[in-house]
Ligand binder design. Structure first.
Ligand code: CAA
Length: 402
């Protein structure tokens, strides 16, 4: 049965995230964005509001909420600013949910429970200076030596790089397979910030997500205990793709929130601003832009809800997630460009922050799979060149009161 009604617990998460956004993010976001500063208090506030572990199982200290709740929280956070939603994308989507799904019980005790409680922060390192879309093109190596793997390599454009305590890092354990670009030579490791040889730093001067922490991770002869290998040797690529299935979902839901923010800003301004002796809300070309935002919001939301529904059932959902991410990001870019158009020169102001929305919208069509990657994936599904296989591990989160 399909229902469009949210449960009480989903509504409660939505309310919590909306309230946090209104009280803790919106008042200062323009300042942090302008100064390109990350607000270190944000993670503490999110932890306090239980937003860093709410959709992980109770067994590991979470609230056992479902994927729809995760999507609703992402919508509300990105309504305020993309940098806040990115925290959920990385800490929950790209780190905690995959660790919960693929790690063993000892690893979960050590590296998941503190993240669920919000005492530690998790991040994800796949992208490198010379490999983004081409995930098997990464160069980082993990050579086995005794009871350790020795990691060497550079990770780039990593969200929360300078803030996270633990990183899920992808590296080649098999150098022959690396040469052959055979994904079975890739493995996933949990790397602690404090391991010798790990250096991180921030990247400034970005177009968007300026209040977010984005950086690099450099690893030189980092000895990672074999106990930190997640899954088996050779499962790295699948784990990375699983991570992206969760991260892309949060981006889709978040971008939907950004479309809503554009729509709401334009609706307000259209009632206030007059040209040709009447509010611009009465001009048909302005109405058209607002109508397209409304439509973009509604169908982007339906797409992430469908992906979330499949995730809750534990069914393969890479296709639905990729489509939701592609379309929501495309619509957010369009909505933000039109929002700037509607606001004219006033869009560059603290009162009407649509210029920030415009800059933030662009990146999402690049990170976690460019729009070109998602376009090709959808074409390949339609052409029968690609199909989703059932997952080895069941998805971990189940809503408590369903
Ligand atoms: N879950 C589990 N397994 C999966 C999977 C998934 N979602 N998708 C694929 N696999 C498995 C396949 O079943 C296949 O297994 P077998 O070989 O055993 O059959 C294997 O993985 C290879 O799959 P494909 O043949 O589909 O792989 P591909 O080469 O066609 O994939 C690609 C190509 C789709 C372009 C992929 O490389 C891709 O998604 N690239 C984009 C990477 C990306 O999004 N990078 C951005 C990261 S964001 C970031 O790093 C920044 C940050 O801080 C957030």
């Amino acid at each position: 049965m399909i229902s469009f009604e949210f449960t009480d617990s989903q509504i409660e998460v939505q309310r919590m995230a909306r309230e946090l956004a209104a009280r803790k993010i919106l008042p200062d976001i323009q300042k942090y964005d302008r100064e390109q500063k990350y607000n270190p208090q944000l993670l503490k506030d999110m932890a306090e509001a239980d937003l860093l572990g709410f959709c992980l199982p109770e067994k590991y200290g979470g609230l056992g909420m479902d994927y729809i709740s995760l999507g609703l929280a992402c919508e509300e956070l990105e309504y305020a600013d993309t940098s806040a939603r990115v925290v959920l994308s990385v800490h929950i989507g790209l780190y905690s949910l995959p660790v919960c799904t693929w790690a063993n019980e000892e690893q979960k005790e050590k590296y998941l429970v503190p993240c669920v409680k919000g005492d530690k922060i998790g991040s994800f390192g796949l992208t490198e200076p010379a490999a983004g879309s081409d995930a098997v093109g990464i160069q980082t190596t993990a050579v086995k030596r005794g009871n350790d793997y020795i990691l060497n390599g550079e990770k780039m454009w990593i969200s929360l790089a300078d803030v996270a305590d633990y990183f899920l890092i992808f590296a080649w354990h098999d150098l022959d397979k690396k040469k052959a670009r055979d994904h079975r030579g890739l493995s996933a490791f949990i790397v602690e910030r404090q391991f010798d040889g790990v250096v991180t730093g921030p990247i400034h001067g970005k177009l968007g997500v300026r209040a977010g922490n984005t950086g690099y991770i450099s690893m030189t002869d980092v000895a990672v205990p074999a106990a930190n290998l997640v899954g088996g040797e050779g499962e790295g690529f699948k784990i990375a793709m699983f991570c992206l299935d969760q991260g892309r979902y949060t981006v889709a839901a978040g971008s939907t929130g950004l479309i809503r923010a554009c729509r709401d800003a334009c609706v307000k301004y259209a009632h206030e601003r007059e040209t040709f002796q009447e509010p611009i809300a009465h001009h048909q070309l302005v109405k058209k832009m607002i109508a397209e935002m409304e439509a973009g919001y509604e169908y982007s939301r339906l797409l992430w809800l469908k992906a979330g529904w499949k995730k809750n059932l534990g069914e393969p959902n890479t296709k639905e997630t990729s489509l939701a991410k592609w379309i929501a990001c495309r619509e957010a870019e369009k909505a933000a460009a039109d929002a700037v158009q509607v606001h004219g020169a006033y869009g560059f102001s603290d009162e009407y922050p649509v210029e920030r929305y415009y800059r933030n919208a662009k990146g999402a069509s690049i990170y976690e799979g460019t729009r070109e990657i998602h376009t090709l994936m959808q074409a390949d599904y339609a052409l029968g060149f690609r199909e989703d296989k059932p997952l080895r591990a069941h998805l971990p989160i189940v809503e408590q009161d369903r």
